[in-house]
Write a protein that binds this ligand. Structure first.
Ligand code: NAD
Ligand code: MG
Length: 367
């Protein structure tokens, strides 16, 4: 098979860096033909020097949105990896699908905002949506194309974040510095805070609902502090399949790039005997209300997941800026969801309007 020609949207982020590492590891399988970055010009220039055949786009100028779409639809690209934090990757992702490109999605926010629309467009165009989020990549590997009728439950594993065992009354004093210390993964700032509130898992529940076409009632979460079992599928016969690897995002990225093949690469082996033990426990749903909010939003459907996501983005930024205490993030999201009056519209314009309103509403709640 010839090398897949890959565009990386968000090439300077944590996922973008791992994707460049995969290209470095597997030059016969992955050729980077395009890269974008928002503000980190120095790193983008450096990446451009390493992959001189790639078209380079800086997306934070006035015509940045158009340039991202041009890059995502460029002739000669097979696969577009969406690794932009937040929802700015939605328009280029939809454009890539229309142009017949396969999609590799790290940006879970775009699937929470508009998963139904993205998946319907991909089905209509006959293109693949390959999940990069480690949990969804694990489920994708366990399913191997099996239909939803074979599945009893999707069980997302969750590290529990830095506050997994912290007494509930101490969360009030959790600082951004404490929340940014993730126990097992090294990631961008936004997703690291999401991992501390468990909104990351909340977003992932809704992401799974659209990627795998199962109802929210069939999506469970289990805490697994070692982040080695990346998720589990329970089938109708009560057999469970899980996928294991070291916690390195190069694994899911390599799988998506070489799919449906599996090739030897440069990734480190997993030594279970050296690890000794893998632990599992139930999440503290009363202490971390994000999971309950996700179930509510996913079950309500319509624009409610968009509201949850938008309010969370605003709240995380406020927390990182030192403007609100940690538990306020949950409260702001809950308030935005309560304030949302569904008008029944589930088209893209309606979802984007709800996203905008939730951002404005949440900004107005800030001290
Ligand atoms: P990051 O903050 O490290 O990088 C974000 C990238 O997006 C950068 O290249 C930046 O230049 C670009 N960017 C930021 N704002 C932009 C905008 N408005 N328009 C265009 N480009 C913009 O983020 P990350 O940790 O790499 O995460 C990226 C996405 O992948 C997120 O949606 C995250 O939830 C998801 N994800 C990340 C990990 C991980 O291990 N980091 C794991 C699973 C899923
Ligand atoms: Mg994940």
């Amino acid at each position: 098979m010839r090398a897949r020609r890959v565009v990386i949207l968000g090439a300077t982020g944590s996922i973008g860096r791992s994707a460049r590492q995969v290209a470095r590891n597997l030059p016969d399988h992955m050729e980077i033909v395009g890269m974008s970055a928002h503000t980190n010009v120095a790193e983008l220039t450096e990446a451009g020097a390493e992959f001189p055949n790639a078209r380079i786009v800086q997306s934070n100028g006035p015509d940045g949105a158009e340039k991202l779409i041009e890059l995502a639809t460029m002739p000669g690209a097979d696969l577009v990896l969406v690794a932009i934090v937040g929802t700015a990757g939605l328009a280029p992702a939809l454009a890539a699908i229309e142009a017949g490109k396969d999609l590799a999605v790290a940006s879970k926010e775009i699937l929470v905002l508009a998963g139904e629309i993205v998946m319907a467009a991909a089905r209509r165009k006959g293109v693949r949506v390959l999940p990069i989020d480690s949990e969804h990549n694990a489920i994708f590997q366990c399913l191997e194309g099996r239909p939803p009728e074979h599945v009893r439950k999707l069980i997302l594993t969750c590290s529990g974040g830095p506050f997994r065992t912290l007494p509930a009354d101490e969360l009030e004093h959790a600082t951004p510095e404490m929340a940014l210390k993730h126990p097992t993964w090294s990631m961008g700032r936004k997703i690291t805070i999401d991992s501390a509130t468990l909104f990351n898992k909340a977003l992932e529940m809704i992401e799974a609902r659209w990627l795998f076409d199962v109802g929210m009632d069939r999506i469970d979460v289990i805490i697994h502090p070692q982040s080695i079992v990346h998720s589990i599928v329970e089938f109708m016969d009560r057999s469970q399949l899980a996928q294991l690897s070291r916690s390195d995002m190069c694994f899911p990225i390599q799988y998506a790039v070489t799919y449906p093949d599996r090739v030897a690469g440069a990734l480190a082996p997993l030594d279970l005997a050296a690890l000794g033990r893998l632990e599992f426990e139930a999440p503290r749903e009363d202490v971390f209300p994000a999971l309950k909010l996700a179930r509510q939003a996913g079950t309500a459907g319509g624009a409610m997941p968009a509201v949850l996501n938008a309010a969370n983005e605003v709240a995380v930024e406020a927390f990182l800026a030192g403007g609100i205490p940690f538990p306020k993030i949950w409260e702001l999201v809950e308030r935005a969801m309560e304030a949302h009056a569904p008008d029944g519209s589930t088209d893209l314009a309606g979802l984007l309007a709800a996203d905008r309103q939730a951002r404005e509403f949440t900004l107005a709640q800030l001290p």
